[in-house]
Structure formats: C-alpha cells, structure tokens
Design a protein around this ligand. Structure first.
Ligand code: ARG
Length: 402
C-alpha cells in the first residue's frame, strides 16, 4: 500500500500544551452520592407510560425506594436497562440517526469493573457490532457508580481512533495522523504505547495508527490495551473515477463507538457505556478528512483534481469536498460496510420527528448538529425549527468530563 507521504499530513499548527492539563491519573471523579428517589421515580413513570412491565408500578417503586434507602443505589432490571439506554439515544438532541432508537442492542456487562475485563468486552462489543460490515447499533454497559465505589472509566473518546503524532519537539509543530488526537496520543505514549507494525511493514508512526484503549478502574491509574486487528474493520478509500485516489493510502474505520459519555438512567450513572451506530458519509468525508484542524485534505485533493485553487471563488474546496465524500461513500458501499448518506438519513430523521409528534412527545433537536456539513439546504432537516435541546432531560448520555 502506498503510504500517504508524511509531508501531506504535516501541518504547521499550534497544538495545545498537554502540560496545561492535569495528567489523567490525577483527576478522579467526584465520589458518587446516593441516588435520588425522585429521579428513579421519573424514569419508572416513563417506562410504565410506554411499556407494560410484569411487576406493578407501585410495587417496583417501593422496591427501588427501599433499595436506595439501604444501599444508596439500586439495580436496574434487564428490561429497565434496555429501555433506559434506548431512551438515552432517543433523547440525544445532536443525533440524526434516532429513527432507529428501538433497535439498539444492549450488552449487559454491569458485573465488570476491572480494566482488563472492560477492555476485553469493548473488543467483543466491536466484533458484535461490526458483523463484517452489517453494522448493528450496540451499547455495552459496565458497572455503575455506587456510593463510595466509582465505576470503571474509558478515557478514549471513541473505541477506535487514529493517533496524532506530533512530529517536531516544539509545540507549534507538524502532526502525522489525526491532529484531534494529539493530546491523547501523548498520554498513551507517556504510558509506554508505540504504534504496531501493519501488514509486515516496518514499525513506524503512520497517519492511521489505531490507538489503544485506556481504561481505569476503582484505583484510577489507567491501563492500556491494544485493539486486535480483527476487531477493527477498516475501509481503504478509493474513488469511482480517479485511480490515483487509492494511491493516497487513505482509510477510515467502520464503527464509530463513542466511549466517554456517561449514561444516566433513573439517577444511576454508568460512567463506561460505549455505544455505536454506523457512519454517515459526511462525518468522514466532510469533517474528519476535510476540516482544517483534522486531516485537512482538500488542498491536496483540489490540486490532484487539477482545480483552479488560486481563489476561493472558483469553489475548488466545494468541488474537492464532493469528490472526497463520494470516495468515502463509494468505498464503504463497495466493501459492503453499512454507511448512511446525508440525503436519505435526513428524510428518515424527519420521519422520526413526525413519529414522536404522533406519540405526543417532544423531540429535542440541535439544528446545528443535525444539518449535514455539506449541501445543508438540499436536505429537509435544514428547512425547519425543532424543539430546543434540554440538558435536564433523562435518561441521557452526558457530555464527557475531563
Ligand atoms: N462524528 C464522529 C466521527 O466522525 C462520530 C459520531 C457518531 N456518529 C455516528 N454515526 N454514530 O468519528
């Protein structure tokens, strides 16, 4: 495989100084207090309003209340956990893929909190979810926070991400790989990680080195675990008409699995609850590979397409962007890896909003996240207003912390 020349991905940019941030092992989360009965009750009310659990509501509520009284927390039934996780997805105001919220597969691993066990199950999660390209929306739940005993924590923002290698010693220097991951990459290198050799090539830092998992348990000191190759499906990118595109050696992974957003259901907080859907073409083509503070490939693609890059008014960036997104979509489709396109997914989201309206529920939505990063006005999601996002809505995936 032709490697993307380093020079292509080396950019003079200023990278935040990792020394400005607390090293990860020095910032334990605030200890969990007891669960609020009112939050448990709110959740049970919603569950019983939308489904018919076997145990009567009053009986379940008093069980939960006395368990909280005794232990400071309570154990969700498998049904409560599944419903809660699906509602957290339904409530995610930034997600355009919510039509499928009821199909979320939930893997209950609440008995696990040791980093090695968590990492092993994250790897199984990826295998289960990938299914050779027929990606299934999947969530794995690990041990919750309990009073005096925090649950495990996954420090990666996604289970799969590519390293960003800072190439020069000074902090304004160039990066090989994903600039977004420079801080994280330096943390794992500080813990001894080095990229592995790929396909018999000599070991060296490349533009698409899969980062290791970084997990901490009760004792807070994080441990690293490499992802085995068979758990990480990747798609080499090529273009339907331009053979040179494949020679760039670009690739992306198949499964986006967010791993640093705590899941809160009925007052119980699960700090490690990685979840995935499948990619939308524009996430990779119009953001990850195109943003100036990510792989920043438009200038290169524009030149290779022989576009007139002398002025923004020739719209060379726009034209290069379309070809980049086409290449992403074409390659995923050709490899049989599930990927949505922004036109179809926008239509489906409008269907979801209509479903929710019919069910008499609000559908909080963040316009700025829902409208695709290219051709916004060509999609129906652009042309309307939505119920505003509500940070207090539960169940929810919470913003990552520290
Ligand atoms: N935008 C993120 C990325 O490009 C992934 C976010 C989740 N996306 C999804 N389709 N479930 O890696």
């Amino acid at each position: 495989m032709t490697q993307l020349p380093h020079s292509v991905l080396e950019r003079a940019r200023s990278v935040p100084d990792p020394a400005d941030r607390c090293p990860v092992h020095l910032v334990p989360d605030a200890p969990a207090g007891p669960v609020e009965v009112a939050e448990a009750k709110d959740f049970l009310e919603r569950l019983y309003a939308e489904s018919k659990p076997a145990t009567p509501f009053d009986q379940r509520l008093s069980q939960v209340a006395s368990e909280i009284d005794r232990t400071g927390s309570y154990l969700h039934t498998a049904g409560e956990l599944r419903f809660g996780a699906r509602l957290a997805w339904r409530n995610a105001a930034r997600c355009i893929g919510r039509l499928y919220w009821q199909s979320l597969a939930v893997r209950d691993r609440r008995h696990l909190d040791a980093p090695a066990d968590v990492a092993a199950e994250c790897i199984e999660h990826l295998r289960d979810a990938t299914r050779n390209g027929q990606i299934r929306a999947t969530l794995t739940v690990f041990a919750p926070d309990r009073p005096g005993r925090p649950g495990p924590k996954i420090h990666n923002e996604q289970l799969i991400r590519y390293a960003g290698h800072r190439l020069s010693a000074d902090r304004s220097g160039a990066v090989c790989g994903d600039p977004r991951m420079v801080d994280f990459t330096e943390r794992v290198k500080g813990l001894g990680w080095r990229p592995r050799a790929r396909h018999g090539e000599p070991r060296r830092e490349g533009a698409f080195d899969v980062l290791p998992l970084m997990v901490s348990g009760d004792d807070v000191e994080p441990e690293l675990f490499d992802l085995p190759g068979d758990a990480v499906l990747e798609v080499p990118l090529r273009h339907p008409e331009h053979p040179w595109f494949a020679d760039l050696g670009l690739r992306w992974y198949a499964v986006p699995a967010i791993s640093n957003m705590p899941l809160v259901i009925g007052g119980v907080r699960y700090p490690a609850a990685p979840f995935n859907g499948w990619y939308l073409n524009t996430e990779i083509g119009a953001r990850n590979l195109a943003d100036q503070d990510r792989y920043d490939l438009l200038p290169l693609i524009g030149r290779l397409l022989r576009l007139d890059v002398s002025s923004p008014r020739t719209l060379w960036r726009d034209r290069a962007l379309v070809e980049l997104v086409r290449a992403v979509q074409y390659s995923f489709d050709a490899d049989g890896v599930r990927m949505a396109d922004h036109h179809t997914e926008s239509e489906r989201f409008i269907t979801h909003v209509a479903n929710e309206e019919r069910a008499g529920r609000p559908c909080p939505t963040d316009w700025s996240w829902i409208v695709p990063p290219m051709s916004g006005g060509l999609t129906p999601v652009f042309h309307r207003y939505y119920d505003p996002p509500d940070d207090a809505l539960r169940p929810a995936f919470l913003p990552p912390e520290g």
